[in-house]
Design a protein around this ligand. Structure first.
Ligand code: HEC
Ligand code: HEC
Length: 219
C-alpha cells in the first residue's frame, strides 16, 4: 500500500544529521548549530501538538471533543484509523469540504504526525445528558448492534482498536450521517468492512444504531 509504505521512510532531517556529524571542525560546528536550532523548533509530536492547537482545535476542541455540530470526537481515536481517514480526505474520497481543503497539502509525514498526536488524546466521555437515554431505544440499538456484529469488530465496549475506530460516545448526528454515508456509498471506507457490515441492515435501523452508539457509556 503506497500510503503506509512511504511513511516508513526516514524523515529528511534524520539523514541530514548522519552526514553532518563530526568529520571536521566546521561540519561539527555546523551540526552543533543545527542541533541548537532544532532544539528551539518543536519536532515530532510537539510540532503536531502545536499545529493541532493552532488549526484543528478550532473545530475539534483542544482535547479532541468539541460541541460543534457534525464534528467528530477525536479523543481516544487510534493513530492507525486516523491516518487512513486523513488519507481519504487528502485523496478527496471522503468529501467534507473543510477536511479535504486541510488535508490536500499534507505530506505523508504530516498524515503520520497528526495521526500520532491524535492517538495520544485520552478518550473523553460525552457530557452527561440532560435526561437519561430512552431505555427502549437503547435496548433496540443494543440488539441491532449484536445481530449485525458491530461488536465483533468495534468491541463489546465499542472501543475499537488500531484500524477500527472507537465509536462509543461519538456524536449522534455524526454517527447517523456517517452510517447513512456508508450505506449509500457516499462515504467510501478505507476497506470494504462497513459497506459489507451494513449491506443487510435496513436504512430504517440506522438511526436506532446511531442512538445506541452515541449514548453508550459502557453499561
Ligand atoms: C472547519 C472545522 C474543522 C477543522 C478546522 C478541522 N476539522 Fe477535522 N473534521 C471536521 C468535520 C466537520 C469532520 C467530519 C467530516 C465528515 O463528516 O466526513 C472532520 C473529520 C475529521 C477526521 C475523521 C474523524 C473520524 O472519526 O472519522 C479527522 C481524523 C480529522 N477531522 C482531523 C483533523 C485534523 C488533524 C485537523 C487539523 C489539521 C482538522 N481535522 C481540522 C471539521 C474540521
Ligand atoms: C468487519 C468489521 C466491522 C463491522 C462488522 C462493523 N464495523 Fe464499523 N467500522 C469498521 C472499520 C474498519 C471502520 C473504519 C472505516 C473505514 O474503513 O474507512 C468502521 C467505521 C465505523 C464508523 C465510523 C466512525 C467514525 O469515526 O467515522 C461507525 C459509526 C461504525 N463503523 C459503526 C458500525 C456499526 C453500527 C456496525 C454494525 C452495524 C459496524 N460498524 C460494523 C469495521 C467494522
Amino acid at each position: 500500500m503506497a500510503l503506509l509504505g512511504s511513511t516508513v521512510a526516514l524523515p529528511a532531517n534524520a539523514q541530514a544529521k548522519k552526514v553532518t556529524v563530526g568529520t571536521s571542525a566546521t561540519s561539527a560546528a555546523r551540526a552543533a548549530g543545527a542541533a541548537g536550532a532544532a532544539a528551539s523548533v518543536p519536532s515530532g509530536n510537539a510540532l503536531y501538538a502545536e499545529r493541532f492547537r493552532n488549526v484543528c482545535a478550532a473545530c475539534h476542541g483542544a482535547d479532541g471533543r468539541s460541541d460543534m455540530a457534525g464534528t467528530p470526537v477525536l479523543a481516544g481515536q487510534y493513530s492507525l484509523y486516523t491516518i487512513t481517514q486523513l488519507f481519504l480526505f487528502r485523496e478527496g474520497r471522503r468529501t467534507n469540504e473543510a477536511m479535504v481543503a486541510l488535508a490536500k497539502p499534507m505530506t505523508d509525514t504530516d498524515l503520520r504526525g497528526f495521526s500520532d498526536f491524535i492517538g495520544t488524546l485520552a478518550p473523553m466521555p460525552a457530557p452527561p445528558p440532560a435526561a437519561p437515554p430512552d431505555a427502549a431505544r437503547m435496548s433496540k440499538g443494543q440488539a441491532l448492534a449484536q445481530q449485525n456484529k458491530c461488536v465483533f469488530c468495534h468491541g463489546t465496549a465499542l472501543e475499537g482498536g488500531q484500524g477500527v475506530p472507537r465509536i462509543g460516545g461519538q456524536k449522534e448526528e455524526y454517527v447517523r450521517a456517517t452510517l447513512r454515508g456508508f450505506k449509500s456509498g457516499e462515504r467510501p471506507g478505507y476497506t470494504r468492512a462497513m459497506t459489507e457490515a451494513l449491506s443487510q441492515v435496513p436504512v430504517d435501523d440506522l438511526d436506532a444504531l446511531a442512538y445506541y452508539v452515541a449514548n453508550f457509556t459502557g453499561k
